[in-house]
Design a protein around this ligand. Structure first.
Ligand SMILES: Nc1ncnc2c1ncn2[C@@H]1O[C@H](COP(=O)(O)OP(=O)(O)OP(=O)(O)O)[C@@H](O)[C@H]1O
Length: 299
């Protein structure tokens, strides 16, 4: 398990990460969301042992990460600014990682390189940004580490590759309990992969939730009422959001599915359906309730 306790990092007068406390459970997919400059990369660089916290601790299974050689084999960092040796090829990078990561799965590396249509003997400097990211992802998942730290990993990948990469991560989470921590400024990007999201703002974690908990007991309903309803009709509902366009009402409310349906049906709609909530909607609703305007922070 990864634990950050009051982790703080300053660059002269800038506090990039400000007393972060977070726990990342093994086998979960943790999304780290935040606007530009929120501190996501700095936090990941602390997790990867590149930066030493000025205050607090960042630990894996109770052991500090910084300058802990044995710990380095437990994670792979797919940095936003990827590092490859000058003039190297994917094959040379793979051989380097193989020396470093004892569980490196070469057969899988070959399969994935072929699957992605990448030439392992071509110089990486001749690869596109997206192709370089693909090589990093392949090396990352093949390294057999417990943790994968991803900084804007989906940026620059086309939609098909993005989905493939998400599937690869999901496979490893299910098969061998991999724990990816994915930093992104795009909540939508994490919609279908994360089970826990932390919202970082000005170096601090503003909000951190399990998505299952957030989804539980929150529903969106679209209903048509032939006649306008008085506001009093909604009394007794725990409404998070209400929108009316003519006879169409879109309501987001807390409660059990059955209870909400029964209440709405008692108002005699001509039509009513339950719609799935997007991660963005859940987050906006939850943070609004907590007094934050997340739209200003992320969009
Ligand atoms: N090496 C550094 N020297 C000085 N300031 C730094 C350094 N690295 C980061 N910072 C500052 O720390 C703050 C957080 O930066 P960081 O890169 O962690 O944000 P981020 O959330 O990853 O942003 P983005 O989404 O734009 O990549 C910013 O104000 C940034 O200018």
């Amino acid at each position: 398990m990864i634990t950050a306790t009051n982790a703080t990092k300053r660059f002269e007068d800038i506090t990039a990460v400000d007393h972060i406390c977070a726990e990342v459970k093994d086998g979960s997919v943790y999304g780290l969301i935040g606007s530009n400059g929120a501190g996501k990369s700095t936090f990941l660089r602390m997790l990867a042992g590149i930066l030493q916290p000025d205050e607090g601790t960042v630990q894996i299974d109770g052991e500090d990460i910084f300058e802990n050689i044995a710990m380095k084999e437990r994670f792979f960092f797919i940095s936003d600014e990827q590092f490859f040796f000058p003039n190297s090829t994917p094959k040379e990078m793979k051989n380097y990682y193989k020396r470093f990561y004892s569980k490196f799965d070469e057969a899988r590396y070959r399969k994935l390189m072929n699957g992605f249509g990448l030439d392992e003997n071509r110089k990486l400097r001749t690869f596109s940004k997206g192709m370089k990211k693909q090589v990093s992802v392949i090396c990352g998942v093949c390294s057999g580490t417990d943790y994968l730290f991803c900084d804007e990993t989906f940026d620059g990948l086309d939609p098909v590759v993005r989905q493939t990469v998400k599937s690869l991560f999901a496979e490893d989470v299910a098969d061998r309990g991999l724990t990816p921590i994915i930093a992104s400024h795009n909540l939508r990007e994490l919609e279908d992969i994360c089970d826990h999201v932390g919202l970082l703002h000005r170096g601090g974690i503003l909000f951190s939730r399990d998505l299952d908990d957030m989804k539980l007991g929150m529903y969106k309903m679209q209903c048509i009422f032939p006649n306008p309803l008085p506001d009093s009709a909604w009394e007794g509902f725990d409404i998070l959001h209400k929108e009316q366009r003519g006879s169409l009402y879109t309501i987001t409310a807390r409660g059990s599915r059955e209870e909400l349906l029964a209440r709405v049906n008692a108002l005699n709609p001509t039509f009513c359906e339950m719609l799935p909530l997007t991660l963005e909607e859940i987050f906006i609703n939850e943070t609004e309730v907590a007094g934050y305007d997340v739209k200003k922070l992320l969009f």
